[in-house]
Design a protein around this ligand. Sequence first.
Ligand code: ATP
Ligand code: MG
Length: 335
Amino acid sequence: MPSETYLELQDISKTYASKTVLHKTSISINQGEFVCCLGPSGCGKSTMLNSISGIITPSSGKVLLQGKDITFLPPEKRKCGVVFQSYALFPNLTVAQNIAYGLRGKEWNKKNILNRVFELLTLMNLESYEKKYPSNLSGGEQQRVALARALAPRPSLLLLDEPLAALDAKIRMRLGEELRRLQQQLGITTIMVTHDQQEALDLANRIIVMNQGQVEQVGTPEEIYQSPKTKFVAQFVGNINFIIPPNSQNKKEIAIRYEDVRLNYLTELRLQEEGTFVARIEEIRYLGNTIRVRLLLQDHITEIYADCIRSNRDLYTLNNLVSVNLPRASWQSWE
Ligand SMILES: Nc1ncnc2c1ncn2[C@@H]1O[C@H](COP(=O)(O)OP(=O)(O)OP(=O)(O)O)[C@@H](O)[C@H]1O
Ligand SMILES: [Mg+2]
């Protein structure tokens, strides 16, 4: 992965009336990276993306593209390809005409436009849709056209604002894979906004986790998942228990992921292991590939969730007493 800084946000803030929705956000993105910006609704993801594309102007701070200050450059001069959640295709134009829409200016004569549209129809497997109108396409197909349209002018930066959010789960996964393949093939620096953690973990080289107008953590999917820097990140990405272990001396809260909690048959020997407690199974939910078990420890206060694989099925019986092991190596805590 090349590590040259391509895009930089320096202390970007945005204030509407008296409400600040982006607080001094600084990030730097390398050439060719696929970065996902992840966070709950209203945390400022689109505001950040729109200040990169130029749709909004930040109240303070700078946007640098390859070291050049583009903070006040109009959107059409930034060479960003943008795709939004709603397909935003022109309904009265065919697929080919939609793709050709942004191809304007001296270098785009008729022949070049035809060639480029053909290239994109091929790249996106849209050949047979060339003459169709958007209303005759499925959501996933429309979004592929929107992507083709965004890529047509050979943008240097691809900005995607929840492009998969309106699609059903299967199509979403397939288009996500397609998107990543395409991104790698073209090597185009890409920033995608999503509030779907699975999508971000799956697709991104790096993830920016945002909360209330601020960046909480920037890291690889593995860093974000394995070593969340804040309680918010731990809670937002994956499923995690926050508990005070019953025998804890300092009564400090610790966190442990659902999948790190170990359930076993109750034996004296097992209970002698460090971090092992007796618990009652209070609820069992089948999640398909795993079983989610809710447990109550014998202090009758501490509740723990465990995600288990489906072997040992007779262990997972409602009201069973089991041993719960919380391996120390999986504990996390924050000040
Ligand atoms: N034009 C505007 N005027 C006033 N407030 C705005 C405007 N645009 C956005 N906001 C506010 O700024 C905050 C951040 O909005 P933003 O659209 O960036 O959030 P988001 O993270 O993209 O959320 P979502 O996941 O719902 O799309 C929100 O509280 C929103 O109400
Ligand atoms: Mg948004």
